[in-house]
Design a binder for this molecule. Structure first.
Ligand code: 4AD
Ligand code: MG
Length: 462
């Protein structure tokens, strides 16, 4: 079947005027009067639905005109321009093939459903407008990111999902094993003996492709990964998922300043592309979820981001007169409430916070000369808080090794990582952009569960 997508019809209505086309989709609503019936059809390619005029002359008119919401049909008919109607065109059906009828218990009847209700139907909710828009935007954003890096000569690499190392040293990893939990092999000390496991040692799902990204950057120069990432954090917040996607560039011969420049250029470029290519979807999110969204995104795309050191940020928070739930002091980890105050009330745009205390950051970050901070940066965005975390990496073998020992890490397990410093080591830096955090920022949707097709969060894997 050669079907025309609704997106193509609405992109160039005049090109289809008077032409006979085949379209296929799901009935969004159906209105029947004595002489004629109207079906509103969606096919997932565009926010604008197609009105199909059903005349009693249709061979199966009675069956078609009594179809329920959600039924799947293939329609062949003539496209007629309708300059006086809200939609630019309609289709006068000549044949309607009922591909799959939906009975009246179809859970997504025409009324507006809450996102909470729709989340209970992960298999059907992609048919709701909001999710079609969210998932189309997700696809466009992924492509925009790939184009950004491709145009700058970055090599797109694939880092492993199964790993034996904890890239963040935070221990929030999902264990992967083929051992029988009811019959675990144990060593003399009574600990699980992973030598009998599939890989011969303890394995997990990756929390970040960074360490492997560093290996690749120190060979290929500028690289990025874009892949699934897993964190077994018990954070039940609207911004944390157990499975999310992360974009991680790693650049050689580069410092923190280069890293921030890249992050800002990438984000603003992606925003510009989305404003251009997903204008309908963004207008939809503005109307239904986030007043002023498009202007905010346009301003972010057009204006340089702000910058502040952690030390200054703490001072701003202390002087804010705000009654934060979590106390603010030099050395504290910034909480979402602090991040949002900085980006929404102080700077009113995305802001990089730099040079965090070493104690609250990962082992691989480059130590600053002050002895107490590291060359780290987080990018905070209004409405969300942290969307990017990055740093310059510690390239000095002695300092890195000392820091790992200080943190009680098993240095033997990271020999390969230290080799990168031992053989032709260079200044390098990188960051991780949480893809769903970006999508929350761009759509104004309230919850990470709304931008992931099948969200995995603590206690939930439907
Ligand atoms: O700040 P994070 O932990 O940094 C890293 O993983 C570095 N290794 C990245 C790098 O330098 N290559 O995570 C990076 C970003 C965060 O800023 C956030 O946007 C997102 O990943 N993120 C999550 N997104 C959804 N759910 C979670 N549980 C997330 N944890 C982190
Ligand atoms: Mg972080």
């Amino acid at each position: 079947m050669k079907r025309v997508l609704l997106s193509a019809l609405f992109r160039q209505p005049a090109a289809f005027a008077g032409r006979r086309v085949t379209v296929a989709g799901w009935v969004h609503s159906l209105r029947r009067s004595k002489a004629v019936a109207f079906a509103v059809l969606r096919d997932g390619s565009s926010l604008t639905p197609l009105q199909v005029v059903l005349s009693p002359a249709l061979e199966n008119y009675d069956a078609v005109a009594s179809l329920g919401v959600g039924s799947a049909v293939v329609v062949t008919g003539e496209i007629v321009l309708t300059p006086d109607a809200p939609q630019p065109l309609e289709c006068r059906a000549e044949t309607v093939e009922i591909e799959g009828a939906a009975p009246p218990d179809y859970p997504l009847q025409k009324k507006r459903h809450t996102l909470e209700y729709l989340r209970t139907l992960p298999h059907l909710r992609p048919r709701a407008n909001t999710y079609q828009a969210a998932f189309r935007l997700r696809s466009a954003a992924a492509l925009a990111i790939h184009r950004f890096f491709a145009e700058r000569g970055f090599c797109y690499i694939h880092t492993p999902i199964l790993t034996a190392s904890d890239a963040e040293g935070a221990g929030a990893m999902f264990r992967v094993t083929t051992l029988d939990p009811a019959d675990l092999p144990r060593d003399a000390a009574g600990n699980v003996d992973y030598r009998a496991d599939f890989f011969g040692k303890r394995a997990s799902l990756t929390v970040s492709g960074q360490l492997e990204g560093e290996c690749m950057a120190l060979a290929l120069g500028n690289v990025y990964t874009f892949g699934p990432t897993f964190r077994a954090e018990r954070s039940n917040t609207p911004r944390h998922a157990a499975e999310f996607w992360m974009i991680e560039p790693e650049i050689a011969f580069a410092d923190l300043e280069d890293d921030m420049e890249l992050a800002e250029e990438m984000l603003r470029d992606v925003l510009r592309r989305l404003l251009d290519e997903c204008a309908d979807e963004l207008a939809f999110f503005e109307t239904h979820f986030s007043p002023g969204l498009c202007d905010r995104l346009r301003a972010a795309a057009d204006t340089p981001f702000a910058r502040v050191t952690y030390t200054e940020a703490v001072r701003l928070l202390e002087d804010s007169g705000k009654d934060f739930v979590y106390p603010v002091f030099w050395g504290c980890d910034l909480q979402t409430e602090h991040e949002r105050y900085l980006t929404e009330e102080v700077f009113k745009k995305p802001v990089f916070v730099t040079d965090y205390p070493r104690e609250i950051k990962a082992f691989y970050m480059r130590q600053n000369d002050d002895g107490r901070t590291v060359a780290a940066m987080d990018l905070l965005a209004p409405g969300i808080g942290e969307i990017i975390g990055g740093s310059q990496r510690e390239e000095r073998l002695d300092l890195l090794e000392a820091r790992m020992r200080e943190l009680g890490m098993r240095v033997e397990d990271y020999r390969w990582y230290l080799d990168l410093r031992r053989y032709g080591g260079v200044r390098h830096a990188g960051f991780g952009l949480g893809f769903e955090r970006l999508l929350l920022y761009v759509t104004g949707l309230p919850n990470i569960r709304d931008v992931l097709p099948f969200p995995r969060t603590p206690g939930s894997i439907s």
